[in-house]
Design a protein around this ligand. Structure first.
Ligand SMILES: Cc1cc2nc3c(=O)[nH]c(=O)nc-3n(C[C@H](O)[C@H](O)[C@H](O)COP(=O)(O)OP(=O)(O)OC[C@H]3O[C@@H](n4cnc5c(N)ncnc54)[C@H](O)[C@@H]3O)c2cc1C
Length: 315
């Protein structure tokens, strides 16, 4: 394990934006994680947990922090009666997990085809797509608190308090997810591979994957929060969807509002999928934040709709 200094965070963000991290530590075991936590105390800097960097906007000035990243690769499964329990370390990517599941015919996570990022980041934000969410199959989550790194904390699904793009871990910044156990079931390998590939193909066609981005910037809008005058809008009514509950997709609102292609410098609302902001060249964190603020303010003024960020904006 090495402690690196002044590492450009843009190299670790899918947005390709962000200044240097004061310290950067990759850890591969429980002991190394404990060491990284002690080190951050020693240098009196906060730690920041990095997963796949697919949901984070880092500041241009960088982070005066110890950025820590899980590089362990534990991935195993065991069958107990009709259930199959998959144990995976938090730093493993969803792509690797899905490959493993398809190879061993373990069904239940096909919805995550093409979902970028790590298992830890996904579980923290209860990532979801195509009518599936992490909460559907998470059995237990193991974490470590920086306050007492020697002690492992194990929560069952209920104790994780999952809800739309949310979990208890968002309220516990001192906790680092180290392992996740999913409860899956036997599947048909060919059908699973097909289902996963369909999701990947859908994303390639609909999402601006050719540009650096960090996914949907805002959460979709719960239908009950759409003012009743706009609920009658035929365009909104037609595009209203039920995933995971009735929502007006932010992309539909932005399309209707004419936000496609709106830009601040090189930060631009995607014309392909308007709930994404793309980095069209050399966008800065400041430009992205200005664009976020501008569309939030316009959405409030024009539609009386208050948007909530899905991405993590680090200041
Ligand atoms: C092209 C694209 C498409 C996307 N599509 C979807 C989608 O369909 N559905 C969806 O829900 N999301 C989607 N996202 C967003 C993103 O992929 C997910 O939110 C993903 O789960 C984030 O995981 P990550 O490892 O990249 O987290 P990061 O971006 O690295 O981190 C996100 C947050 O999680 C914290 N974190 C990371 N690891 C841990 C850990 N081990 N313990 C505690 N906290 C941790 C970080 O500190 C940070 O606050 C998309 C993103 C992109 C770029």
């Amino acid at each position: 394990m090495t402690i690196r200094e002044y590492i450009p965070l843009k190299d670790f963000s899918h947005f390709k934006i962000g200044g240097p991290a004061r310290f950067f530590i990759d850890y591969g075991s429980f002991d190394e994680l404990s060491f990284a936590i002690s080190f951050s105390k020693e240098v009196s800097l906060p730690f920041f947990i990095l997963g796949g960097g697919t949901n984070i906007l880092f500041p241009d000035e960088g982070l005066k922090a110890v950025v820590i990243r899980d590089i362990s690769t534990t991935l195993s499964h065991k069958k107990i009666n009709d259930d199959i329990f998959v144990r995976v370390s938090a730093g493993v990517s969803f792509a690797t997990l899905l490959d493993y599941c398809a190879t061993h015919s373990l069904s239940g996570l096909e919805w995550a085809g093409g979902l970028p990022g790590s298992v830890g980041g996904g579980v923290r934000g209860n990532a979801g797509a195509f009518h599936g969410e992490c909460k559907d199959t998470v059995y237990e989550v193991v974490s470590v608190s920086s306050l007492d790194p020697k002690e492992k904390i194990i929560r069952d699904n209920f104790a994780c308090s999952f809800s739309y793009r949310d979990s208890i871990y968002k309220k516990k910044p001192d906790e680092i997810i180290t392992e996740v156990i999913f409860r899956l079931r036997p599947g048909n390998q060919e059908e699973m591979k097909k289902a996963i590939q369909e999701k990947i193909d859908y994303r390639i066609t609909r999402q601006p994957l050719e540009y650096p981005n960090i996914g949907s910037i805002f959460k979709n809008i719960p239908w009950e929060k759409v003012p009743s005058t706009h609920q009658q809008n035929p365009f909104f009514l037609q595009k209203k969807k039920n995933d995971p509950f009735p929502v007006l997709p932010t992309a539909v609102l932005f399309d209707h509002a004419g936000f496609k292609g709106r830009a601040e410098g090189d930060a631009m609302i995607s014309t392909k999928h308007p709930s994404f902001i793309i980095n069209a060249g050399a966008a800065t964190s400041r430009e992205v934040r200005e664009l976020i603020a501008a569309v939030k303010s316009d959405s409030l003024q024009r539609f009386d709709i208050s948007l909530e960020e899905e991405v993590i904006v680090v200041n």
